[in-house]
Design a protein. Structure first.
Length: 391
């Protein structure tokens, strides 16, 4: 924690021409904390949720700060501590993002700028703010696209991000393009485990981009996101090789005063190449999509209804070929999730949420919480209760 604080302090102090009074006048600090109880009838999610009493191993703590040393410069950072089942700890905070944002041009029609540092990857509708409870439509984001079991693959990068916003007569058009080194933690390494050995991933130069259009003040929103995530993969059992993950995401949303309809579709290609064992080399394309309806009523209540679908391999959608090869159960290669939930905004800072999932398949089930994949059940249900405080 001290190391993260030192990084932020140094960044604030190295801005040329910035006085202490200018920084103090524009300084803002916000934060959030949340705690969930998760109860499932069979498989475990974020801790021993299928055991008596459920799991309390889903906790989020975040603190973000920002300041403007000058009119065209912004410094912003967020520290995040997160416990989400096995392999994570609330006592091990990370620098979620930390950027110096410099506006190259800003007028009534156009804004252009550059961010350097650790930036959040701009893909889909929710990735930029996915860890702030109030910005999510429910307790969990659609797991077919916003994976929690391998969240580090798409979370953020260390590098450079360019952006441009064009304000048109009909709406707003925004472009973002980034290059940098992705943060790949042990969650991604664990999913690639072979022969009981956890491999090592070391991120290489990768790219991400998004174009987004908002019409009529946000009544209709459309976005297209794409990324090329590269890494060196050392499997220890099959030698070293190349890891490449290439997702495309199409996002659409229609908003009215009391309700919103959201849909996103993703196609993902995962390539493993140049390994000593031919069986390790592969090229698999998966796809995901969800349709989500939210209805806001009584000023501080919201109802959520969502259908979410995931296929790990389009050439083997049922997983039967995967199971026949002795690689694991067929239901681990897909997931179809029906979700409904309620949110009550008790006050400006307090949220209380309840969410129910009925799932066919275990395609996005956290592997660390279910070490024996053959013992998982294809059909399972899950209840999540979460309270959040924001300031």
């Amino acid at each position: 924690m001290a190391r993260i604080g030192l990084m932020i302090t140094l960044a604030l102090g190295l801005v040329p021409g910035a006085s202490a009074s200018e920084i103090a006048d524009t300084f803002q600090m916000h934060g959030f904390m949340s705690q969930a109880l998760i109860v499932s009838d069979h498989n475990d999610f974020f801790g021993p949720s299928s055991e008596e009493g459920g799991s309390l191993e889903y906790t989020e703590l975040g603190l973000n700060v920002s300041t403007r040393p000058s009119q065209n410069m912004l410094l912003a950072a967020q520290v995040l501590a997160r416990k989400a089942g096995q392999g994570s700890s609330i006592t091990d905070p990370e620098l979620d993002y930390g950027v110096l944002d410099y506006q190259l041009l800003a007028d009534g029609n156009r804004t252009m700028g550059i961010q350097t540092g650790r930036f959040k990857n701009p893909f889909g509708f929710y990735n930029l703010t996915r860890d702030i409870p109030s910005t999510r439509p429910g307790v969990l984001l659609p797991q077919s696209i916003y994976f929690d079991r391998t969240r580090s693959v798409g979370l953020s990068s260390d590098g450079l991000l360019l952006y441009e916003e064009e304000r048109l007569s009909s709406g707003t058009l925004r472009f973002q393009a980034g290059v940098g080194k992705p943060r790949l933690n042990s969650d991604a390494e664990y999913t690639l485990m072979t022969a009981g050995k956890q491999p090592s991933l070391d991120g290489r130069t990768s790219w991400i981009g998004q174009v987004r259009y908002e019409h009529a003040g946000g009544r209709f929103i459309a976005a297209l996101s794409a990324a090329w995530v590269n890494a060196d993969l050392d499997t220890r059992m099959a030698g070293s090789g190349d890891f490449s993950f290439q997702p495309w995401i199409l996002s659409l949303q229609y908003n009215r005063e009391h309700w919103s309809l959201t849909a996103e579709y993703a196609r993902r290609r995962l390539e493993l190449d140049h390994f000593d064992r031919d069986g390790m080399n592969s090229n698999v394309t998966g796809e995901s999509w969800y349709l989500q309806y939210t209805y806001r009523f009584l000023d501080n209540w919201q109802w959520l209804l969502r259908y979410d679908a995931l296929i790990s391999n389009r050439d083997d959608p049922s997983g039967r070929t995967y199971e026949a090869a002795g690689l694991g159960p067929a239901h681990s290669r897909f997931a179809r999730d029906i979700t409904t939930g309620l949110r009550w905004r008790i006050s400006s800072g307090w949220l209380l949420e309840a969410e129910w999932h009925h799932v066919d398949g275990t395609g996005w089930l956290p592997l660390r919480d279910n070490l024996e994949r053959d013992d998982t059940d294809r059909y399972w249900n899950m209840l999540l209760l979460q309270t959040s405080f924001l300031f």
